[in-house]
Design a binder for this molecule. Structure first.
Ligand code: AHM
Ligand code: MG
Length: 324
């Protein structure tokens, strides 16, 4: 059994990945170990409930949102290779170290609505190389394709780390001593699936292509798809994407008619791009129904995007429905 500490230097050497990038990943992972400790204790550590504050997107913050954010910022600021960071919970980017070559973007605790009811939550992260010149918001506005790596830590029945440095996807499980141990190499998302994930309560607001797509799935073997589908909705993207990585499926958070100025609920830089890189590296697909997620040129740090990701056959099918 290989630990993360044993695996990482070998992986870097095998693929000629810079040691500085490995060290940034190590920092993220060590922060997530701390966050896992807080999540596990819940009420015993007094970390449940609302923080009484809001983030820039007008969302109420939970205590654990703030704690996880603070832990990541503290650890990353201490790493000389990190030039700056951007968080779903921060108004603007945070400058870190002048000589750093990397930028880290993260959603410190995704799935906040699940924290107080003991359902899986997770940390999502994306690592970018910093271009030359002064650090500015524009430094972060790189397409998902440009990511140097990405991943997530799922705080579920097991705490699991899943990451890619663009040479495949690796899955680690936190053991009883707080050490991440490699438990799966290169999982592949099945091309076809019979499982979908969408918040059905928004159905009446969906645009016609999504209405049609989900109606076809619900029709099962009596409809044009000719097979029965199952549905899951955890309301934690990390849990959802992990399930899809393990056994296939399609995850959707589409734009809807309530506010057409908002392309969707989820954020391109902190949620959609890092998860899309993981899924693409594992043979899956991801897009906003118009183009591949990783090809979108970002225009803002907190930009939202419509999300369709998972098993290739379904993502391509729903994209086709948007084209006709
Ligand atoms: P958050 O970053 O505020 O936690 O929101 C993102 C979460 C995702 O994890 C999940 O897929 C989605 O929001 C759930 O939305 P809904 O509450 O509409 O079911
Ligand atoms: Mg989130």
């Amino acid at each position: 059994m290989k630990t993360f500490a044993q695996f990482l230097p070998q992986h870097l050497a095998q693929h000629g990945i810079p040691a500085e990038l490995g060290s940034v990943l190590e920092s993220v992972v060590s922060a997530c170990c701390d966050i896992s400790g807080k999540v596990r204790l819940g009420a015993l550590a007094g970390v449940l409930g609302a923080a009484g504050t809001g983030n820039i997107q007008g969302e109420d913050q939970k205590k654990l949102d703030v704690i996880a954010n603070d832990i990541l910022i503290k650890v990353l600021k201490n790493n000389q290779n990190v030039a700056g960071l951007a968080s779903e919970e921060e108004d603007t980017f945070v400058a870190c170290n002048g000589n750093g070559r990397y930028l880290v973007l993260f959603d410190p605790l995704d799935g906040s609505s699940n924290i107080d009811v003991n359902i899986s939550v997770g940390t999502i992260f994306s690592i970018l190389a910093k271009s030359e010149g002064a650090l500015a918001t524009e430094s972060f506005l790189q397409s998902g394709r440009a990511q140097a790596g990405s991943g997530y830590v799922l705080y579920g029945p097991q705490t699991q780390l899943v990451f890619t440095l663009k040479h495949g996807v690796f899955v680690f499980t936190l053991d009883e001593n707080g050490v991440f141990v490699l438990t799966q190499e290169q999982p592949q998302v099945p091309v076809a699936t019979k499982e979908f994930a969408i918040n059905m309560s928004n159905q009446r607001h969906w645009l016609p292509p999504v209405q049609q797509y989900v109606a076809e799935l619900l029709a099962g073997e009596t409809g044009v798809r000719g097979k029965n589908y199952n549905m899951r909705w955890v309301a934690s993207m990390v849990a959802e994407i992990h399930r899809i990585l393990m056994r296939g499926g399609v995850f959707m958070y589409p734009q809807d008619t309530r506010d057409l100025s908002k392309p969707g609920k989820l954020r391109l830089m902190y949620e959609a791009n890092p998860m899309s890189l993981i899924l693409e590296q594992a043979g899956g697909a991801a897009g906003d129904a118009a183009q591949a997620m990783l090809d979108i040129q970002p225009t803002g740090l907190h930009q939202r995007v419509a999300v369709f990701m998972g098993s290739r056959e379904e993502v391509e099918y729903v994209e086709r429905l948007h084209r006709v």
